[in-house]
Design a protein around this ligand. Structure first.
Ligand code: ASP
Length: 430
């Protein structure tokens, strides 16, 4: 009798469920220490493996993808569209967050005592975050642009936080390959083509370990029920914004610009979403996002290899919503009524902060310091929301990854580079 194979995403779901159950019962049964010492490391191994492959993946797939483009004008067209769409969705996301938080007004629900105790509990952890944010924001206005250009390839490639620099170099390399009309580069092309296939195979191998990895990650989260309740309305506010993006905004964008059914899209992207949820890192999820978008959604590699690494780095719609809601929530909790100009400042800085946030766990909350300071709010306000940040981070990362995939599908469709899973090209709607 033939044994039926359980699909990988089902195994990952089971791993997540069991991990959550373990995490909750570990606290009740006093197994927190045991979990930290003996279970969490297996999750760390999983994240390390994903991060390990991120840099080679960007280099190989971007150089392979760009050098496969027929000409440079195609690249600039794709680039322009991608960046415009990324910006548009991010602005929309912050605006949505701001509208919701002004209607729901969760900050008015906190009692003075509660605020004080939260401040006291988190003050020291907070100092660290404020220092990091200042280090990040301490240079001139054009510094982020300067930072995109690396001054040494090996230095950049040695840290995952330099992804934009590596993207820059890989695009430059790929463009030079297109422009070099010589037979001599044929072996180089073959090298990157073959290397790319190998890297993708490594991703498949790592993913076999995913069910155990996500179990260990979720099992070692300390979820504090009481605080979750205290900050419930704020969290629900963020979650509502994220849900509107997932269930309304992205499906509408897909409907307007492509013929892909939202259900097809979500079925295809689900493994990446689950991983985003478990790892809280769009960078760690990137290999799987690329895999899903190419294999399940039919986006051509020349598009996905460009749009997705860029999106993982600069397009964070979930983070943007979170920044908007959190800044206003903190103002409300401090009893400060923000003017329209201040809210517009939040909109602008939150867009920039989400672009600047690294695609790693907790990056969004560090960047929030900059948003708060832009409107003159005490960064200590972060203490109010620190306790619930991890679960919200997990959810906003799902939105970040989904936003990247949506834009990738739209751009592929506009270039006639989208093959539906059944194989027919999905022509743009005229
Ligand atoms: N964890 C998020 C990500 O990697 C960033 C954030 O903290 O909002 O996409």
């Amino acid at each position: 009798m033939k044994k039926k194979k359980i699909p990988l995403y089902v195994k990952i779901l089971i791993g997540m469920g069991l991990g959550l159950i373990w995490g909750l019962s570990a606290q009740a049964l006093g197994l927190v220490e045991f979990t930290r010492d003996w279970i969490k490391p297996w999750g760390d191994i999983f994240i390390r493996a994903l991060k390990l492959i991120a840099m080679p993946l960007i280099i190989f797939s971007l150089i392979d993808g760009v050098s496969n483009l027929s000409d440079v004008s195609k690249l600039s067209r794709i680039g322009g569209r991608t960046i415009a769409l990324y910006l548009m969705t991010t602005v929309l996301a912050v605006a949505l967050g701001l509208v919701l938080v002004n209607i729901i007004r969760p900050g008015k629900l906190l009692s003075e005592e509660r605020r004080e105790s939260l401040r006291a509990t988190y003050a020291s952890e907070l100092d660290e975050k404020v220092v990091t944010a200042h280090e990040l924001g301490g240079s001139g206005p054009l510094q982020p642009v300067v930072d995109i250009v690396p001054d040494n390839f090996f230095n950049s490639a040695s840290s995952n936080s330099n992804m934009l620099q590596i993207i820059f170099f890989s695009i430059l390399f790929g463009v030079a390959m297109i422009l070099t009309k010589s037979e001599k580069i044929a072996p180089v092309k073959a090298f990157f083509d073959g290397g790319n296939q190998i890297v993708l195979k490594i991703v498949d191998i790592i993913m076999l370990y995913a069910p155990l990895g996500v179990f260990a990650l979720l099992a070692s989260l300390n979820i504090d029920g009481e605080l979750m309740m205290a900050l419930g309305t704020y969290s629900l506010n963020v979650v509502l914004g994220l849900a509107i993006m997932i269930f309304l905004v992205y499906p509408s964008i897909l409907r307007i610009f492509t013929r892909m059914k939202p259900l097809t899209f979500y079925k295809g992207i689900l493994p990446a979403q689950m991983l985003a949820f478990s790892t809280s890192s769009s960078a760690a999820t990137l290999p799987v996002t690329m895999d899903c978008v190419e294999k399940n959604l039919g986006v051509a590699e020349e598009i996905s290899s460009f749009t997705l690494p860029l999106g993982a780095t600069i397009n964070m719609d979930g983070t943007a919503i979170h920044q908007g809601v959190s800044a206003v929530f903190i103002a409300q909790a401090f009893g400060i009524d923000l003017t329209l100009t201040q809210q517009l400042t939040i909109l602008l800085t939150a867009v920039l902060a989400s672009i600047g946030a690294a695609a790693v766990p907790g990056a969004g909350i560090i960047m929030l310091v900059i948003v708060l300071e832009a409107v003159g709010l005490d960064p200590l306000g972060l203490a109010l929301i620190l306790a619930v940040d991890r679960p919200l981070d997990m959810m906003r990362t799902v939105v970040n990854v989904t936003g990247d995939a949506t834009v990738s599908v739209v751009v592929a469709n506009s270039e006639n580079s989208l093959n539906t899973p059944t194989g027919e090209p999905a022509a743009p709607v005229s």
